[in-house]
Structure formats: structure tokens, C-alpha cells
Design a binder for this molecule. Structure first.
Ligand code: C2E
Ligand code: MG
Ligand code: MG
Ligand code: MG
Length: 281
């Protein structure tokens, strides 16, 4: 949008660029309204123990119930939410909403004890004030903050890593647990395993899927699992879609996993998984 376009030195508009700009402007207006009108919902996906298959928790995944476009995937509006700063309000809403959900579960004895994992934007962790606000929210709403896991993509620490790390420690002080998301997709720096307080490392789904054809990747995962023993983190394999993949990740030494083969993300009230998410804006 306007800001990112400003970076281009040679700009001229053709019809398709004009249309894209207009579409984005209108999506931005919609997104502002969505925050006010509470058009967001969360779908929850099970995270399971791979041996024994007990559910240990859920990942809360954001969806936007757009008034005309239907249910929208986070990938179709996250960038816009980050550019406009709306991400802060949205993620504060996620935290409050998850706190409510945990309280509801606790009224039903069979689900007691499970945690919920949320995703936090790299733009959010970069900003000290919002992080302090978020920490307050967590203190207010969670009796057991250790049942909230906050996931970050390693990209979140690529720029201004010092500030992000400082803010990460502010969050950590509330008692929440931290996870490194999508490991194996980007730089996958060993630095994050060593110097950051992550309790969980989540292996990215394409990395996980590569295990069947790429022995070296599988060996890498196996070494990570061994490393986790001494460093004190646990591995969660993402995107498990078949029995064969499940067996591969177990053989690599992953303790936990999630994926369509185990359970699809879905609304709490619904029995139907979300096959119907709209991936384009
Ligand atoms: P993620 O955190 O890595 O979440 C996993 C994504 O993989 C989810 O996509 C989930 O629906 C999908 N998934 C789970 N199991 C499988 C499987 O077996 N096969 C395949 N093909 N996909 C599977 P979703 O819900 O579209 O979310 C996409 C990304 O959006 C998330 O990736 C996360 O980075 C981001 N996201 C979601 N909610 C939030 C949020 O509240 N805040 C922020 N900042 N980001 C969020
Ligand atoms: Mg995640
Ligand atoms: Mg992930
Ligand atoms: Mg992802």
C-alpha cells in the first residue's frame, strides 16, 4: 500500500496497479471496521502427544468473518494488519478471547489443564509499549499464565533483535511459555535455540514433509530432538498429513505434533473443520 509503494523510485500506474491499490484501500477500511465490530474468530487445532496421542493443547488460529467475502485466512490480511498497526488490537483481542475459552473449558472437567498457543506478530514484539500492555492483559486474564504459549516466527527477530529479545523477556516474566514457530523454513539459526527462552520449537510443515524424500532433513530433525534434551526445549512437528509422516516424525524423536491427519483447525462450537477458508483477499 501507500507506504510500501513509496519505496519504489520509478512509479507509474497501470490499470491493474490502480485496481490493486483500490482493493487494498477498501480492505483496509474493512479491517478497521472488523476491529470495531469484532468480526474475528478463532479456530482451534489440537496439539497432541505423538506417542499415545493425548491432546496436550490447542493452537488458536485467527480468522476474519468478512461481511461479504466470507471466512478469511490470516495470510490474506496479516500483512495489512501489520502495516496499519491494527495487529496490536487484533492480538490483544486474541489473548482475551483465549483466556475466556480456557475458563469455559475449565468448567468442563474432561478438558482441564490443556494449554492454548497463540501467534504473535514480529511487528508486535518489536514495540515495547504494546508488549507491556499485552503483559498486563495476560496478568489480568490468566490465573495460570503457563497455560498460554506464545509463538513467534524467527523472522520476528531478524531486525532489531536486541529490542525484540528484551520485549520477549518482558512477556516471559508474566509466566507464559514461548515457542519458536516454523523452524526449518528460514534461517533456522542455532542462535535462537541457544540464547532465546523458547520451551517449544515447532518444525515448519514443508520441512516436516520433506522427511520422506530428504534424509538429511530428517537427520537434522533427529539432531534437534537430541539437542532439545540438553537445551530444554521440546519439538512440535507441524502439518502432519499422513500416517507415514506421523511415523517419520516419531522416529526423528519429535514429542508433539499437529496436522490435518491428527485434527483440523475448527471453531469450538462446530464439528466441521474449516475447509472453507478463503485464502485470497
Ligand atoms: P502457523 O502458526 O504456522 O499455523 C499453522 C498453519 O498451518 C495454519 O494455517 C493451519 O491451519 C495450517 N495447518 C495445520 N495443519 C496443517 C496440515 O496438516 N496441512 C496443511 N497444509 N496446513 C496445516 P492458518 O490458520 O491459515 O494460519 C497461517 C498463519 O497465519 C499461521 O501459521 C500464523 O503464522 C499466522 N497466524 C494465525 N493466527 C495468527 C494470529 O493471531 N496472529 C498472528 N500474528 N499470526 C497468526
Ligand atoms: Mg503457529
Ligand atoms: Mg507454524
Ligand atoms: Mg506458518
Amino acid at each position: 500500500q501507500a507506504k510500501s509503494m513509496g519505496r519504489g523510485r520509478f512509479m507509474f500506474f497501470d490499470e491493474s496497479m490502480r485496481e490493486e491499490l483500490l482493493a487494498n484501500l477498501s480492505l483496509e477500511q474493512d479491517l478497521r471496521q472488523a476491529v470495531n465490530n469484532q468480526e474475528f474468530i478463532l479456530h482451534y487445532q489440537k496439539i497432541s502427544e505423538l506417542i499415545g496421542s493425548d491432546t496436550i493443547g490447542y493452537e488458536a488460529l485467527l480468522r476474519w468473518q468478512h461481511p461479504t467475502k466470507g471466512l478469511m485466512s490470516p495470510t490474506s490480511f496479516l500483512e495489512l494488519a501489520e502495516e496499519t498497526g491494527l495487529i496490536i488490537d487484533i492480538e490483544n483481542w486474541v489473548v482475551e478471547s483465549v483466556a475466556k475459552q480456557i475458563k469455559l473449558w475449565d468448567e468442563q472437567p474432561e478438558d482441564k489443564g490443556s494449554f492454548v498457543s497463540i501467534n504473535l506478530s514480529g511487528k508486535h514484539i518489536l514495540q515495547t509499549k504494546p508488549v507491556q500492555q499485552l503483559s498486563k492483559l495476560i496478568q489480568q486474564h490468566f490465573n495460570e499464565p503457563e497455560r498460554l504459549i506464545i509463538e513467534f516466527n524467527e523472522k520476528a527477530f531478524n531486525e532489531q533483535s536486541e529490542r525484540s529479545l528484551k520485549n520477549l523477556k518482558i512477556l516471559k516474566k508474566t509466566g507464559v511459555k514461548l515457542a519458536l514457530d516454523d523452524y526449518g523454513s528460514g534461517q533456522s539459526s542455532l542462535n535462537y535455540l541457544n540464547n532465546y527462552p523458547f520451551e517449544f520449537i515447532k518444525l515448519e510443515q514443508n520441512f516436516v514433509r520433506s522427511f520422506s524424500t530428504n534424509m538429511k532433513n530428517w537427520e537434522l530433525a533427529k539432531s534437534l530432538a537430541a539437542l532439545g534434551e540438553s537445551f530444554g526445549f521440546r519439538l512440535v512437528a507441524e502439518g502432519i498429513e499422513s500416517q507415514a509422516q506421523l511415523e517419520k516424525v516419531i522416529a526423528a524423536g519429535c514429542e508433539y505434533g499437529q496436522g490435518f491427519y491428527i485434527s483440523k483447525p475448527k471453531a469450538i462450537e462446530a464439528d466441521e473443520p474449516d475447509n472453507d477458508v478463503n485464502h485470497c483477499a
